[in-house]
Design a protein around this ligand. Structure first.
Ligand SMILES: Cc1ncc(COP(=O)(O)O)c(C=O)c1O
Length: 309
């Protein structure tokens, strides 16, 4: 007989399959309407089973936050990956090993030094490493400003030995937005920054086929993605209270749902509570697996998570 939510020792991660499917469906519908494909960021769920829900049982383009994720998803048949963590020389042997086994993995950089390292490593290995140049759309994170002359210098250096595949931006500033208008503005700025940088690189002779944007807030807020070729998002598969605008750093907050007037329950020590995560990625990373339910307390499956670096 199946276990129920009353059985595993606490804490454990509960994943409600129909909520997952609803979240996944919402973004798929939105991006379909905008005519731009999703590049799922797997860093939140780190689960091949969750990615299979997103891709309807098949595989699709993904973003990874570690090379361990890249290797684990490559083992599961994923072959179109972006690793958007500023690349350093020490990571290149594993990048090259993935490329040699037929995995199309693009690395990301935003400086002449990195471009030189990647171009030289490509020449030495006889493999043109695909590269996306990171563009800063909000002054909050990494990347070059779209009109910075360095965009063209970096592009030329990359193309001298590696493969300049395109540009990428992440509107990290959107997490601090406090209104729908602000998030909408962040989505527009994210699009404008990469489209502008891609136009400049094309005018300089580089085809620049990939124009990549994405964060959960801007993915949902975008209304016009003209010029963009893919949208990255990961947290949306679970959502969390930060995305809902409620997070802080407590272990948990008990509150009555908005509109309710019941008193807070007087919970005895040992009461088992289901807590919505503040930050889905951080909460999930504390667990080795998800206990999967589907709207009831019955645990229907246990889906493992990957880990490591
Ligand atoms: C480069 C990059 N792309 C996409 C994402 C996905 O954003 P979200 O976690 O809001 O879904 C992240 C998140 O950290 C990121 O760093």
């Amino acid at each position: 007989m199946n276990e129920t939510l009353a059985d595993p020792d606490t804490p454990f991660a509960v994943l409600d399959r129909s909520r997952l499917e609803r979240n996944v469906g919402r973004l798929a519908e939105h991006l379909d309407a905008l005519g731009v494909p999703l590049r799922l960021h797997v860093k939140t769920a780190k689960s091949v089973e969750v990615a299979a829900v997103v891709f309807g049982g098949g595989t699709g383009p993904i973003t990874v936050s570690t090379l361990a994720e890249a290797e684990q998803f490559a083992d599961a048949g994923y072959d179109d990956l972006v690793y958007p963590v500023g690349i350093v020389a020490s990571k290149l042997p594993r990048v090259l090993a993935l490329l040699r086994r037929g995995v199309r993995l693009a690395v990301v950089l935003d400086s002449a030094e990195q471009a030189q390292v990647v171009a030289a490593a490509s020449e030495e290995a006889g493999v043109r490493i695909p590269v996306l140049v990171e563009i800063d759309c909000d002054g909050h994170r990494a990347g070059l400003e779209p009109d910075d002359p360095a965009v063209l210098d970096v592009g030329r250096l990359v193309a001298s030995g590696a493969e300049l595949r395109g540009v990428l931006s992440h509107a990290g500033g959107s997490y601090h937005a406090t209104s729908a208008e602000e998030i909408g503005r962040a989505a527009d700025e994210e699009r404008d920054a990469v489209v502008r940088a891609a136009e400049r690189l094309r005018a300089d002779g580089h085809p620049c086929p990939v124009v990549s944007v994405g964060s959960t807030p801007t993915a949902f807020a975008a209304t016009d993605l003209t010029g963009v070729t893919e949208v990255r998002a990961g947290t949306y598969v679970f959502f969390d209270t930060v995305m809902h605008g409620l997070g802080n750093q407590e272990h948990g907050i008990l509150s009555i749902l908005p509109g309710g007037d019941a008193p807070l329950p007087d919970l005895p020590v040992g009461t088992r509570l289901r807590i919505l995560p503040h930050h889905a990625c951080a909460a999930a990373s504390q667990h080795r697996a998800y206990e999967v339910v589907d709207g009831t307390a019955t645990i229907e499956a246990t889906w493992p998570r990957s880990g490591g670096w």
